[in-house]
Design a protein around this ligand. Structure first.
Ligand code: AFP
Length: 331
């Protein structure tokens, strides 16, 4: 077995980083543990009566699935003993979560969507978890909201775990780092490097958007999406693909090129996706892989957050496709 494991890769890359203390490596290791636990839970959920919703609605106004709650609990427990993490922000928690001993804990906060695409749970479709790690900016006492409300540009690590036919962990961490993907060998519970130094292909791939929203789009968004649908976009022909899970749609775009779009519309002017734990991690991965991400005007990573659960339009993928979108929407 000559492929590096995820943990070996994390340790080797973080070890070579200037002033590395090993704390970020530990956080990434705990994220991989959470991913393995959630992957296992998804596999067995059908037998254990863990499909279906809880009957509750989250702060986003969405039905909470039983697996959403289980995945959220797994993330909380994963960092219980990782003392470099003082707090968490999650799609499934209205407010930030501070560990009881937050005052004495370390210098990082983690934001995450524990189970993205949960509409796919009951149909055995692809799901994912998304994470974003920031250094704490408040200087004393317990962590506070300012630690979480940082632009994506300051993320120190970001990534996702795709629970598809195989479970795949994709991350980037540290300065000027590459994007790498690891596939879980379920028989031994270990991630191995399978996608080294991922680069988003340009000039090919798919466009990925929920076209049932078309009646609610502005005219310029309608024209833009029509150009992809009819193969008349100046960037070339794109096939249509959409799973309803951002992680799965983004992963395909990362490996095969093209663009994922979730524009704002008349009922949701800022779209559906959350800036801090959906758009920002994907934007960091995209930029590091040679692609781009924008809200249609501003690079996603430069958006300044104003609320923990705020949403933003998202156009992410191959660089020339995102540039084409920005040109189309602003001329
Ligand atoms: P759920 O987790 O509620 O299924 O939402 C998934 C998601 O946040 C993201 O993963 C998808 O890209 C997007 O919503 C799909 O939204 P539409 O159903 O409006 O297309």
């Amino acid at each position: 077995m000559n492929r590096p494991t995820l943990i070996e890769h994390i340790l080797l890359s973080q070890h070579s980083a200037p002033r590395a203390s090993g704390k970020l490596s530990r956080i990434l290791a705990r994220l991989s543990l959470a991913g393995r636990m959630i992957s296992n839970r998804i596999l067995n959920a059908g037998f254990l009566g863990e499909h279906g919703d809880t009957g509750n609605v989250n702060i986003q106004g969405e039905d909470v699935q039983k697996l959403d709650v289980l995945a959220n609990d797994i993330f909380i427990r994963a960092f219980d003993s990782a003392y470099s993490v003082c707090g968490l922000g999650s799609e499934e928690m209205d407010d930030i979560y501070l560990y009881p001993d937050s005052t004495h804990r370390g210098e990082y906060v983690v934001l995450f969507d524990p189970l993205d695409g949960s509409g796919n749970i009951d149909i055995n479709g692809s799901l994912g978890s998304i994470f974003s790690v920031h250094s704490r900016v408040s200087d004393s006492g317990a962590a506070d909201l300012t630690d979480f409300m940082q632009p994506g540009r300051t993320q120190v690590a970001a990534g996702y775990i795709l629970y598809g036919p195989a479970t795949v962990f994709v991350y980037t961490a540290g300065h000027e780092a590459t994007v790498n993907g690891f596939t879980l060998d379920r028989s031994i519970g270990e991630f191995f490097l399978t996608h080294e130094d991922i680069r988003i292909p340009d000039s090919r791939g798919s466009y990925s958007v929920n076209e049932s929203n078309e009646p609610k789009w502005s005219e310029d968004v309608k024209t833009l999406v029509k150009s992809f649908r009819t193969g008349t976009a100046s960037v070339g022909k794109r096939s249509a693909r959409y799973t309803g899970a951002l992680v799965a749609d983004f992963h395909r775009t990362l490996l095969q090129g093209g663009i994922f779009l979730y524009p704002g519309h008349s009922e949701r002017p800022r779209g559906k996706l959350r800036l801090l734990y959906e758009a920002n991690p994907m934007a960091m991965i995209a930029e590091r892989a040679g692609g781009a991400a924008s809200d249609g005007k501003i690079p996603t990573l430069d958006l300044v957050p104003t609320e923990l659960h705020e949403r933003c339009p998202l156009y992410v993928g191959s660089k020339s496709d995102v540039e084409y979108v920005i040109d189309s929407l602003n001329t």
